[in-house]
Write a protein that binds this ligand. Sequence first.
Ligand SMILES: [Zn+2]
Length: 292
Amino acid sequence: MAGWIGIDLGATWIRIAALGDAGGMHRIIPTPAPHALKHFVHAIRDAVILVGIPLSVGLARAPGIDSAGVICSWPSRTDWLGVPLLDIIRNHTGKFPHHMDDGTAAASWESADARHAGKTAASVVIGTGLAIGCAQNGIPMETGNGAYTPAHEHVEGWDAPCRCGKCGCLQTMLSGGGLLMVMAMNRAHALKIVGVALENAGKSLCQRYGAEQLVISGNILLNPEVKAFLVESLSHYCRENIIFSAVPQVTVIGGALLAAAIGRQFQEGAINEELPELHRVILSGLMRHMTA
Ligand SMILES: [Zn+2]
């Protein structure tokens, strides 16, 4: 195993994982204010010390970044606008990160899973916001930017205001806060509207991107009440193509490590026959070093 570092930058938490011959690490820190990045930088340095050089770095990010690697859109963390994210990571690792949107990283991870071999996977990651991406054989597909992504499609009959400025976006229902809000409503009604929203999201991703499987993940699935609610809301529909991730808490960081492992081949457009094996190696490495 060459040294791989994966970073998952979310609005509430940052995960930093490293896997190498000398061992591995997996650390979660609260996403700090951008003027207090020392814990973030320390964790990156620890990862570099652990895996050494040569290494490759993958970044799954919630914010949008411009061509110079500077954060240019992040409705839930406007304090981070202007942060030169890619330069910070390169300065502390010596490598320019292979980076992608967190939903795309998650889809890349799920599509590399042997369980979904050969299928186009769409990933729905429920977190502080909602990350959605599509990928086939680990290769990401373009699904839009900012407020023009599947996470901001309008849900019929739903009008909660979204941080993007629109109302009724899927993200305002399928996010940590959104789901808790829906679950506080009349249960039969709540089950129905979430079930319909998921079903429509699946149809839309199928029509637009040819997604054959919708994989739901995110730390929130570790909450048994939320998981049971989602299972029940889907049980009213015949949706065999909507499934739950086997290990929902590693989907995005797994995608970041996968990007590190095959980053160059991504750029060259090569389809890697070793993907299922890479997926297995990264998953077992992550599980070994995961303490939270
Ligand atoms: Zn929106």
